[in-house]
Design a protein around this ligand. Structure first.
Ligand code: IPE
Ligand code: IPE
Ligand code: MG
Length: 254
């Protein structure tokens, strides 16, 4: 039996009912530890990335079943280009591999696919795959899945500052009118609520340039488990933990 009482024989459906109330609207995940998962098994790192793709599939399904509105998955950072060429090439092929098999299921389940990051910096084949997924799910009204691809929070904020400065230069915006809403509206996440819960796998206790502005009041949850070993049960554990937290936003609890 798991810690919170779900027996392995119970259907995921039963677990969903037990998670009702005070659920996060937006969950963001730093999917980390694919490489170490493989290395510990004496396997090349790419095997870990492929195994991680299965976890992506399972967690998207689980999040949808639970009723999460937005799921943001950190898939490739602006710093990940520093990795060996073969690893980068492999990672850039994963989105199309995933979408080739799973896009029909996402469409059927009313999921909307979005991408956060500098898409123009992606190889053409990656860009085409994600653009097709975005196009074919654009009118879906169910869960939003954001793939953070070539995403870096500092680059995002820098880009937002540049856009705002251009508005000022063109005489369309008074600097006195630049407030937090204006900044938030210039980010890639303009149309999304801030994450309520951020999960990071693999035991690293850092943010690695992910959603720095947006996580100002996000609840953080870390696990030692590497992403390929992260299961729906772990996901539920994180959600249960979230449900027990008190969010104060700097105020005093009533
Ligand atoms: C996460 O796993 C996937 C990406 C960053 C693309 P890693 O590849 O970072 O795995 P570790 O952290 O080296 O184990
Ligand atoms: C963060 O993981 C990026 C993704 C999960 C895509 P990294 O593995 O790149 O982060 P660091 O290098 O350990 O900080
Ligand atoms: Mg890592």
């Amino acid at each position: 039996m798991f810690k919170w009482g779900l027996r392995k024989t119970e259907k995921p459906h039963d677990a969903v009912e037990r998670l009702e109330g005070n659920l996060p609207r937006h969950v963001a995940i730093i999917m980390d530890g694919n490489g170490r998962w493989a290395e510990r098994r004496g396997l090349p790192r790419f095997v870990g990335h492929r195994a991680g793709m299965k976890t992506v599939r399972e967690i998207i399904r689980a999040a949808r079943e639970i009723g999460i509105e937005v799921l943001t998955l950190y898939a490739f950072s602006t710093e990940n280009w520093k990795r060996p060429r073969e690893e980068v090439d492999f990672l850039m092929r994963l989105p199309q591999e995933y979408l080739l098999t799973d896009l029909p299921e996402l469409i059927e389940n009313n999921v909307r696919v979005c991408v956060l990051g500098d898409v123009n910096g992606l190889p053409r084949h990656t860009l085409e795959a994600v653009e097709r997924a975005m196009r074919e799910t654009a009118h879906n009204t169910g869960m939003v899945v954001n793939f953070a691809l070539n995403y870096g929070s500092r680059a995002e904020i820098t880009h937002a500052v540049r856009r705002i400065a251009e508005e000022v230069k063109a005489g369309r915006l008074d600097p006195a009118d630049i407030d937090e809403n204006r900044v938030a509206a210039a980010l890639f996440t303009a149309d999304l609520p801030d994450p309520d819960l951020l999960i990071r796998t693999s035991g690293e206790l850092r943010i690695s340039n992910f959603l720095l502005w947006q996580i100002a009041y996000t609840e953080l949850w870390f696990t030692e488990v590497c992403w390929p070993d992260f299961t729906v049960a772990h996901f539920h554990e994180a959600l249960r933990d979230y449900q027990s937290r008190t969010r104060r936003y700097g105020a005093v609890k009533p």
